[in-house]
Design a protein around this ligand. Structure first.
Ligand SMILES: Nc1ncnc2c1ncn2[C@@H]1O[C@H](COP(=O)(O)OP(=O)(O)OP(=O)(O)O)[C@@H](O)[C@H]1O
Length: 202
């Protein structure tokens, strides 16, 4: 039973068509790694699947309320503490904060800290911890390991493997190998023709 299926999808950014004819299936319990040069449209594709912008055409099944999106920024609220940020997201998604999220994302010692005082990597761990709070099975991840050191990258990769082993699904744009046994999808063949004609660097 496929968890995430995309068919004949076309998407644009800033009014310029970037990708067209995108199609793939990510079965339950597996991940798919998105590949492509800078600017090809990985973030745009993830934002479209997350419902943050409309597709130009095509169909998507298995995203919507099933999916959680983690962008580069992570959506961390600077004035709230780590605990308050997690509680805020839990309220938003109608869930409870699982106690296991603190050790899983190495946040136990930072619970009371205002997020604005966290280091970049700590803030990133908090942004990723949000995924565990949503309780959603389909994860749309945009460069999840940016700012993370090797230890934190391994910690997150381990958490993600656990999510997949529990039947979850992930679509991941990453330039950093996460050690997942996952197929890769190169977006180069899906470049929209208009973009190819106007951008000589693509
Ligand atoms: N708000 C915007 N308005 C106009 N163009 C934009 C906007 N945001 C992004 N773009 C452009 O859309 C294209 C696709 O950007 P996108 O962020 O999806 O690429 P990407 O594949 O994720 O790149 P990277 O690997 O650098 O993160 C780029 O050429 C980018 O400059």
């Amino acid at each position: 039973m496929p968890a995430l299926t995309v068919s004949a999808l076309a998407c644009a950014r800033g009014g310029i068509p970037l990708l067209e004819g995108v199609g793939f299936t990510v079965p339950e319990g597996t991940a798919l790694i998105l590949r492509g040069t800078n600017g090809i449209g990985k973030t745009t594709l993830l934002r479209t699947l997350a419902g943050l912008q409309p597709a130009l055409s095509g169909t998507v099944t298995g995203a919507g309320d099933e999916a959680a999106y983690a962008s580069h920024e992570g959506g961390v609220k600077a004035v709230l503490s780590v605990e308050e940020n997690l509680a805020f997201w839990a309220a938003l998604y109608g869930t409870q904060v699982p106690e296991a999220v603190y050790p899983a994302f190495h946040l136990a010692a930072l619970r009371a800290r205002p997020a604005g005082t966290l280091s970049a990597g700590q803030r990133r761990r908090l942004g990723l911890a949000r995924l565990a709070v949503t309780g959603r099975p389909v994860l749309l991840l945009d460069e999840p390991t940016v700012s993370l050191d090797a230890g934190s990258t391994a910690l997150f990769a381990g958490w993600l493997r656990g999510h997949l082993a529990a039947g979850g699904t992930a679509l991941v744009a990453t330039h950093v190998p996460l050690g997942l046994e996952a197929p890769e999808l190169d977006l180069a063949p899906f470049r929209a023709r208009a973009e190819t004609l106007t951008d000589p660097f693509l």
